[in-house]
Design a protein around this ligand. Sequence first.
Ligand code: PEP
Ligand code: MN
Length: 327
Amino acid sequence: MLIVMQYDASDAQINHVMERVRAHGFRPEPVPGAQRTAICVLGNQGPVDASLFSSLPGVKDCIPVTKAYKLVSRETHPGDTVVTVNGVAIGGDRPLAIVAGPCAVESRDQLRRVAEALARRGVRLLRGGAYKPRTSPYVFQGLGEEALEMLAEVRREFRLGVVTEAIDAETFDRVEDVADVVQIGARNMQNFSLLRRAGASRKAILLKRGLAATIDELLMAAEYILAGGNHRVILCERGVRTFAAHTRNTLDLSAVPVVRKMSHLPMVVDPSHAAGTWEFVIPLSLAAKGVGAHGLLVEVHPEPEKALSDGAQSLTLERFDELLDRL
Ligand code: PEP
Ligand code: MN
């Protein structure tokens, strides 16, 4: 249930409603809006009786929420959420946000070359993995702490916002200190303890759609983070597994308008992990912009042929320039 307060409801009235919600054994979650505050009632097993709250002072309306996800849904929060990171506003009607960088941080030189290229083009968000969730245990797993130090250096020097992945609760603690946005990867989309950890963080979270996850499952995963108190969540479509083998994953472009209809959260697209091959990254990026994505997460490497992970799908610095020009 969503309790919508009158636009001139006082703090005391809002607090009183929250107290009554608690007194009935539920958890109130205030959702501040541009016009008025709403209070989302959480923790109920079945429908909540509207008459418990509808006559309290300052209450305008009690609306039953029909979806299993509440905080992420447009029913609860009709206006678009805009997540601002390092001065870049992601969401709503803001210009397409660009996040670019290597799959993994491999060396100081590699990272600096990418950071310079981004800074030169006015791109303010750098991606780069320190901890890599690799399919095989025998391949490069990321430089860990060393990579985080390098990310912290280029972050300072080039004034870039850093997006980097946490693969478990332990790495979350380390990543959180350096990252402006903590990424939760496709393989971890339903790692519920990690989602709870993200909910307790004050950093923005980039939540990638699982390899075979439905939109409902993606939104429910995001709900964990919002229910934990962290509302700065950015969703990411990165392709799903289908019978089609002509690309690494099948980029589900329809997910963008569908999620934008169902949720107020920003939705970005990662064309790199969908394509698997650099050749298709530019056309898929243009398509993502066309269907209303709020941003792109693109893998860029100064020497893709030498990359320790995902070289085949990484754009060279020159091709990244071309992408920006064409966008
Ligand atoms: C990545 O961003 O490098 C990554 C591992 O992505 P995904 O979780 O989408 O496979
Ligand atoms: Mn990658």
